[in-house]
Design a protein around this ligand. Structure first.
Ligand SMILES: Cc1cc2nc3c(=O)[nH]c(=O)nc-3n(C[C@H](O)[C@H](O)[C@H](O)COP(=O)(O)OP(=O)(O)OC[C@H]3O[C@@H](n4cnc5c(N)ncnc54)[C@H](O)[C@@H]3O)c2cc1C
Ligand SMILES: NC(=O)C1=CN([C@@H]2O[C@H](COP(=O)(O)OP(=O)(O)OC[C@H]3O[C@@H](n4cnc5c(N)ncnc54)[C@H](OP(=O)(O)O)[C@@H]3O)[C@@H](O)[C@H]2O)C=CC1
Ligand SMILES: CC(C)=CCC[C@@H](C)[C@H]1CC[C@H]2C3=C(CC[C@]12C)[C@@]1(C)CC[C@H](O)C[C@@H]1CC3
Length: 508
């Protein structure tokens, strides 16, 4: 990775040798982690299986929520000395950083991990906040239902996606994760439990998304579901310039009835592949590609082959499609297991991959962390689709990291943090990897990118590092409804402001 030598040379003697081994041979440790990751998943699986067999989750939900409320009352009885946050340890979460505030705040156990109810009539599923995307697709897809879209990475939780955000390739039709949610159950700062919908309390309903747990503790979410078909018919269309990428993307976005899924990967600023897909129940068996099987190439490498072979069509099982970037952690896995896409490795060990993000986070050493800090960027920027070309060129000048993930999404004009004047089409530009520009500086470069995005009327995803000042942050995100709700719900002492949770200073 990038500047490995510089980091290694910064220490001397024994430390330098250890650091060298940890950085250059991290894959050895990661391979040891693989069976542990698998064991972790198996234990979760057994636990969920037992819960399902006992059908115990729905009947226990109320008492688990009461336990959350009891902790909030206890916080108040103890004098409300420090603000509250969830007790979920930082290493389990889907972001590179660890939240410092977990060590100082009053932590509330929100240990709610089950799927509660599926209603075919209402077309919704009711879940607890720690239910993961992997768990939901494994449950819903075989029953013939699925989420309108499934944010990638199996271990993303419903709570994190509601309080943060989620975006995927059907977002051009369905919007962000908040737009497929119809009701929230929350424990508020006074210990009361409320059920909120768009109609019952619009102010609270619209201010929950992007509030990062700073208005209340989420204990259940009702999410829309749609009928699931077994396969996705995929069309791959290579593009040879940014202009062409823009034209093809817009053409495909103009056909929402035909295209359930729209996504693109740019492999340089002039070369990429636009992918469109529809759910189907019949396949041309000769074109079936079960990309989720353990020995299959990493999905982004598979996509790259269409640059050589030209346009193509194939069929992918639905769940394999929904988790297509999970096995390669988008393309981050190549920094961790450089030979992971080699067929020998895939056939022998592919069934144990990916290593769990949480275990990678838990076991990463200071040396690796520093290396990532200095030579790596993980950012998602949400910009109006009109700014697409300009943004890719800007990212290219600043970091030139490829592949670049492009995911268009619809942003309705609604109250809340993401305020737009009219319903608009945006695009998520995801940059994950080692910048190849020599003058990359984690802070200064990110600040320039943030300023560009803000000027373009865009938004930064906040699981990533934000270096904005409080004023810049408030300019990017509309706080008017949020401030009103914090005052109505008396959040001042109970929860920090969003900025205090997401700014770079709040994270290690
Ligand atoms: C009808 C039905 C009802 C169910 N009801 C419930 C329920 O009430 N409560 C419940 O918790 N589960 C429930 N499940 C989920 C069940 O536990 C999953 O089907 C199973 O856990 C997933 O295993 P898999 O081998 O199919 O997927 P895998 O391919 O092994 O899992 C894919 C990924 O999903 C993630 N994952 C899978 N299951 C879990 C989990 N339980 N927790 C965290 N991550 C997970 C893992 O990270 C893994 O990487 C239900 C399933 C069905 C079919
Ligand atoms: N495809 C996609 O869209 C992807 C999205 N992401 C991002 O990852 C994050 C989700 O990761 P995940 O590990 O699931 O979530 P996290 O545990 O990181 O939680 C994210 C935020 O939500 C708050 N939160 C979570 N659950 C609750 C709850 N029950 N009550 C109150 N607040 C809660 C957390 O508060 P606290 O700090 O108090 O714990 C935290 O501030 C999101 O920010 C998402 O945008 C990442 C990768 C892909
Ligand atoms: C699709 C969207 C919106 C975001 C995808 C983001 C992911 C690529 C990152 C989210 C968490 C990241 C972490 C890592 C790689 C990139 C993510 C998966 C590591 C695994 C990189 C290696 C480190 O040692 C641990 C990191 C944990 C978080």
């Amino acid at each position: 990775m990038g500047d490995r030598k510089a980091v290694t040379a910064s220490s001397g003697g024994f430390d330098a040798v250890v650091e060298h081994i940890l950085i250059h041979y991290r894959w050895v440790f990661v391979i040891v982690l693989l069976p542990l990751s698998l064991l972790y998943d198996v234990l979760l699986y057994v636990r969920s299986w037992v819960v399902f067999q006992l059908s115990s989750a729905p009947s226990k939900h109320a008492s688990k929520v009461e336990n959350v409320a009891k902790q909030v009352r206890q916080w108040s009885a103890e004098g409300a000395r420090t603000p509250m946050c969830t007790a979920r340890p930082s290493w389990q979460t889907m972001s590179f950083r660890h939240a410092k505030y977990k060590k100082t705040m009053f932590t509330v156990n929100v240990n709610l991990v089950d799927i509660l109810d599926l209603s075919a009539e209402r077309r919704t599923v009711r879940v607890e906040p720690l239910v993961t995307m992997g768990q939901l697709t494994a449950t819903l897809d075989p029953l013939g239902w699925t989420l309108p879209f499934v944010p990638e990475l199996d271990d993303l939780t419903v709570g994190g996606l509601v309080m943060g955000t989620g975006v995927e390739t059907s977002s051009h039709k369905h919007g962000l994760f908040q737009h497929i949610c119809v009701a929230y159950e929350l424990v508020l700062a006074d210990g009361s439990v409320v059920q909120v919908t768009k109609d019952s309390d619009p102010d609270l309903f619209y201010s929950v998304p992007w509030s990062y747990g700073t208005l209340g503790l989420l204990t259940a979410v009702e999410i829309r579901i749609v009928p699931a078909l077994r396969f996705v018919k995929m069309q791959y269309e290579p593009v040879r310039s940014l202009e062409e990428a823009d034209t093809v993307l817009r053409r495909q976005l103009d056909l929402p009835e035909e295209n359930e899924f729209v996504e693109a990967l740019m492999f340089s600023k002039d070369e990429g592949v636009v992918m469109t897909g529809q759910m189907v129940s019949c396949v041309d068996w000769g074109k079936l590609n079960e990309i989720g099987r353990w020995h299959k190439p990493w999905f982004f490498e598979h996509v790259r082959t269409f640059l050589r072979s030209g346009p193509g069509v194939e069929y992918i099982p639905l769940r394999d499609y929904q988790h297509r970037h999970s096995r390669s952690l988008f393309w981050e896995i190549k920094e961790i297991i450089p030979f992971g896409n080699n067929p020998v490795f895939r056939y022998l060990f592919g069934w144990m991959t990916p290593p769990k993000v949480s275990l990678l986070k838990l076991t990463q050493t200071q040396a690796v962390k520093k290396l990532y800090e200095r030579n790596h960027i993980i950012q998602d920027m949400l910009v109006p689709i009109e700014k697409f070309k300009e943004s890719v060129l800007f990212f290219d000048e600043e970091v030139a990291v490829y592949p670049l993930w492009l995911c268009p999404f619809r942003l309705p004009s609604e109250p809340g943090m993401l305020r737009v004047d009219k319903d608009s089409m945006y695009i998520d530009i995801g940059v994950y990897g080692v910048p190849t520009r020599k003058d990359f500086d984690p802070k200064e470069t990110t600040r320039r990118i943030e300023a560009f995005v803000s000027k373009a009327k865009g938004f930064q995803m906040l699981y990533a590092d934000t270096y904005t000042t409080r004023e810049e942050f408030r300019k990017m995100f509309d706080h008017s409804l949020y401030d009103k709700m914090r005052s109505r719900l008396k959040c001042d002492k109970a929860f920090p402001e969003v900025y205090e949770k997401v700014c770079r200073k709040a994270r290690d």
